[in-house]
Design a protein around this ligand. Structure first.
Ligand SMILES: Cc1cc2nc3c(=O)[nH]c(=O)nc-3n(C[C@H](O)[C@H](O)[C@H](O)COP(=O)(O)OP(=O)(O)OC[C@H]3O[C@@H](n4cnc5c(N)ncnc54)[C@H](O)[C@@H]3O)c2cc1C
Length: 195
């Protein structure tokens, strides 16, 4: 029996190994600022098209649809290379998937190609000082103001917060159905605020 997708997985793994052998981990390259190091790491992962596996082909991805198996292989190999590379990739996937699954067409076209190329770095901002596992305790406030929305609240433990251009967050569960309907994104499908 022939499983062509397994050959593709082997090729992907070989590509990752060859890349990690060619590139010393960033902490051996003596760049000064951590922000610069992680930004250049994200760009490298984008240039090698590893980040492209987090979005579908029609928005700059490799596969027709995002495949969990690809993400597992990439994370496994990147973790072997360096924990930070694995985290950068994992959070990029975490920030992209809500858009892939529930974003509007406009949001997908705007955000996904940049995330797939590693030109934008993503973050997913759920945790607050008083809300972690208990998502319903989120106290973030979102108010409509002239020209957009004012988002007020505190977040903690947000990976990539200092370097991300695209941050996903969850609006407060206290929103009324009317507030949800009037939001500029598709609440029912995405339930997130895009910055
Ligand atoms: C390195 C790191 C990176 C992170 N990156 C991000 C990020 O990018 N974005 C983000 O949003 N968050 C991030 N977090 C936060 C992480 O996701 C939170 O720690 C998580 O949401 C848990 O929240 P908490 O710490 O408030 O723990 P709590 O929710 O207070 O939970 C504490 C303990 O109680 C247990 N517990 C909670 N509720 C129940 C229950 N009902 N029944 C039984 N047990 C329960 C939990 O399992 C846990 O052991 C990061 C955390 C770390 C350490």
């Amino acid at each position: 029996m022939n499983f062509p997708e397994l050959d593709q997985i082997d090729e992907l793994r070989a590509h990752l190994r060859a890349w990690s052998e060619r590139n010393p981990p960033f902490w051996q390259t003596h760049q000064e600022k951590l922000e610069d190091q992680v930004t250049s790491l994200a760009h490298q992962l984008g240039e090698e098209r590893f980040m492209s596996y987090v979005v579908p082909r029609s928005y700059g991805g490799i596969r027709e649809t995002v495949q969990a198996r690809d993400l597992c292989v990439i994370r496994e190999e990147l973790a072997h290379f360096g924990a930070l590379a694995d985290v950068m990739f994992g959070v990029q996937a975490l920030a992209s998937q809500p858009i892939v699954i529930g974003g509007t067409e406009e949001q997908k076209k705007k955000y996904l190609p940049l995330l797939a190329r590693g030109e934008n770095i993503g973050a997913f901002a759920l945790t607050e000082p008083e809300a972690g596992s208990d998502v319903a305790a989120i106290s973030l406030r979102v108010n409509k103001v002239s020209g957009g929305y004012c988002i007020t609240g505190s977040k903690k433990f947000i990976s990539n917060a200092g370097v991300a251009q695209v941050t996903l967050s969850l609006p407060p569960p206290t929103w009324t159905p009317r507030e949800r309907e009037s939001a500029p994104w598709s609440w029912r499908r995405i339930r997130s605020v895009l910055r």
